[in-house]
Design a protein around this ligand. Structure first.
Ligand code: BG6
Length: 520
């Protein structure tokens, strides 16, 4: 019985039910001794096995330089799973069966002999599909992608044409380059020995239930979509705020900054799902075509526009939830004179028929007062007659909030009469909550993404032109900043909502940021 069946409403349809069954395969994780494998990948694969979603037969091979045996790696993974699994305790029979399929291959990514060893391990499984159907997860530095792909090709483990040689796919993580030119070069390296259709570029935001629900919400309900345009929408706010500072990730963050770390990928992905046109079908290419089209419709930012439309900030020492936080420049591995931004807010305009003139405001930052991701569709106010004439600016315009995390759900804000003999108006809200409706079950983003990669469904992966278009937008902002040092106005205390200039950005058009909702 599905969750909806346990509640009042039966599920009306199961999209993708006709997807062909996942075939036996081997998943090879390069850079397997890193954090990602223990925290995310293995827990996700374990849960897929537990939920009986994995292929009828599969193997997992961790490939890394550190000396380990299959057994010691299994033990390490088990310790990590006890800590990071979303369901606890770990199911012993499932783990026993799962861990018996997990192997370790010691090797250097640049050493051809290591790939021969990998090939022997694969052949040793004694099954053609386990040898030929291969998912290569590159949890390595992007600078190593080219070498790995070349070696896989040389060792005849990766074939450009699928079919006779089974299937092979390559999964890569962000950061996918650090600008358009480097992304371009990475794409060229990856597609030298693999087709674009064999490359799965992950953005973990697309694996989130609430992000996937954006399309379902927009295109399976008639009442919202007909308001989803410049006639009814005043502006849109996308906030992805984090309470955490950069902590131990200073080394990485110094190269990235908020713009590359969050805007180039997660935020532009959310924006494209919110604003894109209906695709002609739910096929991967149709959905991705519309996302790219939307990104291409964003008005290009000239240096002059960047100064007016984009605000950057960096936190100095402050407190979050009463706990003292150091300034960014005092974080480990950060240059004490760093000009890297830990906050960005911007106004984007989309030059298409639907959105002409509607500002889209995006903001993200570290060490902010709340950890929350949400999209607020702010509708136009009512004409200034009747209640609006009497209440003026005090009468709230309608708004729809998509809470991506936490308190996952959707709220509609409208005005209501306060019960009583006098006539008083008050904003009220209607809430849909995932937890209340479906129970607390929410698979991790990586579960869905890994399963799609195994099944060869590309819808939730980022296509080459998508990643490159997103870099174009980000590059134009960086060009506008032109490596200029931060000014005093661009700093904010840890625990505040960014520099004052972010408020001023919205005030230009009489708007203001809404704090993410906390649903009690
Ligand atoms: C990652 C960024 O991609 O996303 C991190 O590198 C950020 O800096 C994280 O903290 C946010 O993801 P989530 O799922 O916690 O919103």
């Amino acid at each position: 019985m599905s969750y909806s069946e346990q509640h009042d409403q039966p599920t009306v349809c199961h999209i993708g039910e006709t997807r062909k069954p996942v075939e036996p395969c081997t998943i090879v994780i390069f850079g397997a001794s890193g954090d990602l494998t223990a925290r995310k990948l293995i827990p996700a694969l374990y849960h897929l096995a537990k939920d009986k979603q994995m292929p009828p037969d599969f193997r997992i091979i961790g490939f890394a330089r550190r000396e380990k045996t299959d057994e010691t790696w299994r033990q390490e993974l088990r310790t990590a799973l006890d800590q990071f699994s979303r369901t606890k305790p770990v199911d012993e029979p499932v783990w026993k069966d799962f861990s018996a399929k997990v192997f370790y291959c010691v090797g250097d990514l640049t050493d051809a002999a290591a790939y021969q060893k990998l090939e022997q391990k694969l052949t040793g499984f004694g099954s053609a599909p386990l040898r030929k159907n291969l998912l290569f997860y590159l949890a390595t530095q992007p600078s190593q992608f080219g070498a790995v792909v070349q070696q896989l090709h040389d060792a005849k483990l990766l074939h450009k044409e699928n079919g006779v040689h089974g299937w092979q796919r390559i999964v890569v993580e962000k950061p996918f380059g650090h600008d358009l030119a480097s992304a371009h070069a990475l794409n060229a390296e990856l597609t030298r020995f693999a087709h674009e259709s064999q490359v799965c570029r992950i953005d973990h935001y697309l694996g989130k239930e609430t992000v996937q629900n954006i399309l379902m919400f927009r295109f399976s309900n008639s009442i919202f979509e007909r308001l989803w345009n410049r006639e009814s929408v005043d502006h849109v706010q996308v906030t992805v705020s984090e309470k955490l500072g950069v902590g131990e990730r200073g080394g990485y963050y110094e190269e990235a900054g908020a713009l590359r770390d969050m805007v180039q990928n997660h935020m532009l992905q959310v924006l494209s799902l919110i604003a894109m046109e209906p695709p002609v079908s739910l096929e991967a290419e149709a959905v991705r075509d519309e996302k790219v089209k939307l990104l291409k419709s964003i008005r290009p930012l000239t240096a002059d526009n960047v100064a007016k439309q984009v605000v950057r900030g960096q936190y100095f020492a402050g407190a979050v939830d009463g706990q003292a936080r150091p300034g960014y420049r005092q974080e480990p591995k950060v240059n004490p004179a760093s000009n890297v931004e830990t906050f960005v807010a911007m106004k984007l305009l989309i030059d298409n028929w639907r959105w002409s003139g509607v500002p889209f405001y995006l903001r993200t930052g570290k060490n902010l007062p709340q950890s929350a991701s949400e999209v607020r569709i702010q509708f136009r106010p009512t004409p200034s007659v009747l209640f609006a004439a009497q209440c003026g600016q005090n009468l709230d315009a309608n708004a729809l909030t998509l809470r991506l995390q936490p308190n996952e759900g959707i709220s509609l804000h409208f005005n209501g009469k306060v019960p009583g003999i006098s006539t008083q108006v008050r904003p009220v809200r209607m809430h849909f909550s995932y937890d209340a409706e479906f129970g607390a079950y929410t698979p991790e983003a990586y579960e869905r993404l890994l399963l799609d990669a195994i099944a060869g469904d590309a819808t939730l992966f980022i296509r080459r032109d998508e990643v490159e278009t997103a870099w174009q937008i980000v590059d134009s902002i960086r060009a506008g900043w032109n490596d200029k040092p931060l000014t005093n106005r661009e700093f904010y205390a840890a625990g505040t909502w960014g520099p004052i200039a972010a408020e001023d950005l919205l005030a230009q058009l009489g708007h203001e940021w809404h704090e993410p909702q906390v649903i009690k």
